[in-house]
Design a protein around this ligand. Structure first.
Ligand SMILES: Nc1ncnc2c1ncn2[C@@H]1O[C@H](COP(=O)(O)OP(=O)(O)OP(=O)(O)O)[C@@H](O)[C@H]1O
Ligand SMILES: [Mg+2]
Length: 497
């Protein structure tokens, strides 16, 4: 760079009021904000973290209380400084922090008054950032109260630990700043919505032998393992390690059990409000804390084929710069070398799923005439067409006079051409497993069974083979017990004849 001489400098100290207000809007949600405060508690060695809310009072608050190491007054004042540590510093391995900002930025994203009370070696210290006070004085000066009596939730602090208290919850009123009951409803609703996020983000800390306990309004949260490792039907691939200059990246793939092998509650729990389709993909953990999930980082599409695949990636905090970890700890970017390795992981997953799928396809080809629908793939398009050669259709058509027969085939073609594709798309993207074949009544089923039976028996297939052929296709598959009964009755009648 060319040397340019500088003989004057002008003061450009940031305006406290403007900058601290700007810190509020870097994109936190209530759940990412609470998680950022919990990160600090975990780094301070806490085993019990309580989140208590007072929603109904005239001055609602959210308090997060831990039993970690706490801070002295000097440490507390340092902690309240925006940019309390240099992001370029090397941090201890279990340290979940990076920027020296989280406590402040997360808190201000939700409230205008942050009080921190901390107890260490028998000493209790307190400090307050009140944005209205900063706005008025326009200086970087944190308030140090003379005592702690009267500070809500302070009595919950144990012999050591820290209380982070959010008051003036202007971002959580839902527009009801003058309607206390409605406001309380909004706060309670928003707090309830954070539960799943916390169970997921911190599940690895909650699963170990001396576990972290998080209590949300006195209720102990259960960990939510997105890989359902306790379920014996989950398939776990071996762990791979990618050794890079600044640390190791650990990669492990899991295939969740099919929804029929999991109870409904567990299935919904691991799928979450977004559903399984949107929850597949990479789960990136930094120091065992979940940073982001439900994305393939643009390396493949979230499709039905890979719906049950989830890949765990573990990175240490020494790689923050390579992964471009953000202040909120909720986004990251793939370093190119990791991208190449993950591409291979995805190729393997796709090859595995395709094999299972084509095996199923093969099966259908074997009994060409039996499915009621044909899947026709050509010219980059996939069509579903009713199989008019199916014995149930063909047999009935045979019994019709030729002009009615044409009309019948037209009706069938019309059903095929008006398949509600868009609505199926929408349902598949949401809760595909809830789409089920319609039930057929006994009469319809009997007609289909009898027609199919007579064709198969005519082809001199033995009854065992006929049963195994029919068992795999609808409508017989989904009404198998009734089908068996009708087969038995039909054979009995035929034998009597
Ligand atoms: N609950 C707590 N117990 C003990 N010390 C804490 C607690 N919360 C914050 N601190 C101290 O305050 C400092 C500042 O916290 P802050 O969250 O602002 O930044 P950070 O954790 O260092 O980095 P990041 O911005 O990535 O979160 C921490 O480094 C820690 O020393
Ligand atoms: Mg932090």
């Amino acid at each position: 760079m060319q040397e340019i001489s500088v003989s004057r400098r002008a003061d450009a100290t940031p305006h406290a009021a403007a900058l601290i207000e700007g810190l509020r809007d870097i994109g936190y949600s209530l759940e990412t904000a609470i998680s950022d405060v919990i990160d600090n508690s975990i780094t301070a060695g806490a085993h019990r973290i309580k989140i208590n809310t007072e929603a109904y009072s005239e001055e609602p608050y959210i308090a997060i209380i831990d039993d970690g190491d706490g801070m002295t007054e000097d440490e507390l004042v340092a902690a309240m400084r925006p940019g309390s540590r240099n992001p370029l510093d090397t941090r201890d391995e279990p340290d979940l922090g990076r920027f020296g900002l989280g406590l402040k930025s997360a808190s201000f994203s939700q409230c205008r008054r942050l009080t921190v009370v901390s107890r260490k070696s028998g000493q209790t210290s307190a400090a307050i950032w009140d944005l209205d006070d900063v706005a008025q004085r326009n200086e970087w000066a944190v308030q140090l109260p003379d005592g702690v009596t009267g500070i809500p939730a302070v009595e919950q602090l144990g012999p050591k630990g820290t209380l982070v208290l959010w008051q003036k919850l202007d971002r959580l009123t839902g527009g009801y700043s003058h309607n206390a009951a409605k406001r309380a409803e909004v706060i309670n609703q928003r707090i309830a919505e954070t539960e799943r996020h916390l169970r997921l983000v911190f599940h690895r800390f909650m699963e170990v032998s001396k576990p972290l306990r998080i209590l949300l309004n006195e209720r102990l949260l259960r960990p939510l393992d997105p890989f359902a490792r306790k379920n014996p039907a989950t398939i776990t691939d071996p762990r791979e390690t990618l050794t890079l200059i600044r640390g190791d990246v650990e990669i492990q793939s899991f295939t969740l059990p099919h929804h029929k092998q999991v109870g409904k509650t567990e299935w919904d729990d691991i799928g979450g409000p977004e559903g399984h389709l949107k929850s597949q993909g990479f789960y990136l953990y930094r120091g065992k804390r979940l940073i982001l999930h439900g994305t393939w980082f643009g390396l493949c599409r979230q499709s039905e084929i890979t719906k049950l695949s989830r890949v765990r990636i573990d990175i240490p905090n020494s790689m923050d710069a390579d992964w471009k970890i953000d202040v909120k700890k909720s986004s990251a970017q793939l370093p190119p070398v990791v991208r190449d390795r993950l591409k291979k992981v995805i190729e393997r997953i796709l090859a595995g799923s395709k094999r299972t799928y084509s095996k199923r396809g093969q099966k259908l080809v074997d009994h060409e005439r039996l499915p009621l629908w044909h899947r026709i793939q050509a010219d980059g398009q996939i069509r579903y067409r009713p199989n008019v050669e199916h014995p149930a259709f063909a047999d009935f058509a045979e019994s019709l006079p030729p002009d009615l027969r044409r009309g019948f085939f037209n009706c069938i073609a019309l059903v095929g051409a008006s398949l509600p594709i868009e609505s199926l798309h929408a349902d598949m993207a949401g809760t595909a497993e809830q789409i089920v074949p319609d039930r057929v009544d006994e009469d319809t089923l009997a007609q289909a069974v009898q027609a199919t039976l007579s064709v198969l028996m005519g082809a001199r297939k033995d009854i065992k083979e006929i049963m195994s052929l029919m068992k795999d296709v609808d409508p017989f598959r989904s009404a198998w017990e009734d089908t068996q009964r009708i087969i038995a009755a039909t054979i009995e009648t035929k034998e009597k004849e």
